[in-house]
Design a protein around this ligand. Structure first.
Ligand code: GLA
Length: 387
């Protein structure tokens, strides 16, 4: 990969020293739509991700080039012009991160040439954008010697996404990528950012991701709508109970106060947030106790809750997951990420993986009319410089 990047970099930006970096993508095993509700999540970094090749410049120019969008050519900007521009396309992510670092007192002293190449399918919900953000964080920390740890890098990257790009996401994706650890998932409490690594020992099974290949549509606006519904439900609960977030409630506590929520829809949304958080805590306990069967059952329940109470699945994700549940050797399967399209995650016994891909793929094609893609993935490390 380094050789390929080096050749392309020199062809695009000219001879000289080049430094290489990598940041992973992520998949969330359980704990969906809990991160902006002060709940827990359990994601892990992947071995697929975004590669970067960079070189500092002697002037203030920023030049960006992506090997995924070669036809777009070079995008030019400057460290004094870190503003969101629609036509700047994907470069709004690295520019947003540079802007967020500057807002927090870490200003770049020169420009750079920046090339990237992503191996995460675009728009699949495996966080290609957070991967690019954390890649940029790692690049500028190393190039400019900023004293910023990876937790702060994830906070600044989320700030870039929220305030620069304008997507109101939680901290999960950036944190999972910035703090990734091979063969471990991250049990993160999003209210405090306390976290713990839990080994993912799959005992003869694999993580299989299914990509619905559904074009993204209303996803972002629906995402913000769900956030608003949860915030509203929280306010209603706060009239009778002193809490800061839905993540503080146990199932019993929620049941005791739920009637104060003035609409069925908001009650369902809040129920999901509370129950999913508790499910995530139980799932991590199950994994630690080597009870993979219970972990899988909780994954399935997570999907049902996202389908019926949170209503973020849709025909494509439901078809993939429900077909997965029919298969031999499937320990658990659910949608992952924001929903409304994107990917599913399943834990499948080694010997059943080939049939799983064949049969679930066929059922999906038959019902939806186009094909799904499948990736058997490994849990990888966080961002790093490559030598
Ligand atoms: C997206 C967001 C995350 C999280 C998930 C849903 O991936 O970026 O912050 O809210 O959706 O769990």
């Amino acid at each position: 990969m380094i050789e390929k990047l080096k050749k392309a970099f020199i062809e695009t930006f000219g001879e000289g020293d080049v430094q290489f970096f990598f940041a992973p993508g992520r998949v969330n095993l359980i704990g969906e739509h809990t991160d902006y509700n002060g709940g827990h999540v359990f994601p892990c970094a992947l071995t697929i991700g975004t590669y970067g090749a960079v070189r500092k410049r002697n002037d203030d120019k920023l030049r960006f080039f992506s090997l995924n969008f070669t036809k777009a050519g070079i995008y030019e900007s400057s460290i004094h012009d870190l503003k969101y521009k629609k036509e700047a396309n994907w470069t709004n992510y690295p520019k947003g991160v540079m802007w967020a670092f500057k807002e927090n007192g870490y200003e770049m002293t020169s420009g750079m040439d920046f090339m990237c190449y992503g191996t995460i399918p675009n728009g699949s919900g495996l966080s290609s954008s957070a991967s690019l953000e954390i890649l940029t964080s790692k690049v500028i920390i190393d190039l400019f010697g900023f004293d910023v740890d990876m937790i702060h890098a994830s906070i600044y990257s989320q700030q870039a996404e929220n305030q620069f790009v304008g997507v109101n996401c939680g901290i999960m994706d950036q944190f999972a990528i910035a703090m990734g650890k091979k063969d471990h998932a991250i049990f993160l409490d999003t209210s405090s950012l306390d976290y713990e690594y839990a080994p993912v020992k799959l005992q003869g099974a694999k993580i299989v991701i299914g990509n619905t290949n559904k074009k993204r549509g209303l996803g972002d606006s629906k995402y913000n709508e769900r956030r608003a519904e949860c915030e509203e439900a929280l306010k209603e609960i706060q009239t009778v109970k002193n809490i800061q977030s839905l993540g503080e409630l146990s199932e019993e506590e929620f049941e005791a106060v739920k009637d104060v929520i003035g609409s069925d829809v908001r009650r369902k949304r809040a129920k999901h947030a509370v129950y999913e958080n508790q499910r995530t805590i139980h799932a991590v306990e199950a994994l630690k106790a080597d009870n993979l069967e219970l972990f899988g059952k909780l994954m399935n329940e997570s999907h049902v809750s996202l389908r019926d109470d949170y209503e973020v699945t849709g025909k494509e994700l439901d078809t993939l997951v429900e077909a997965a549940w029919q298969q031999e050797g499937v320990i658990g399967a659910r949608m992952t990420g924001a929903g409304f399209g994107g990917c599913t995650v399943a834990i499948v016994k080694d010997e059943a993986v080939d049939d799983f891909i064949k049969n679930v793929g066929a059922a999906y094609k038959k019902k939806i009319g186009y094909k799904a893609d499948f990736y058997v993935v490994e849990i990888g490390d966080g961002p790093r410089q490559l030598h």
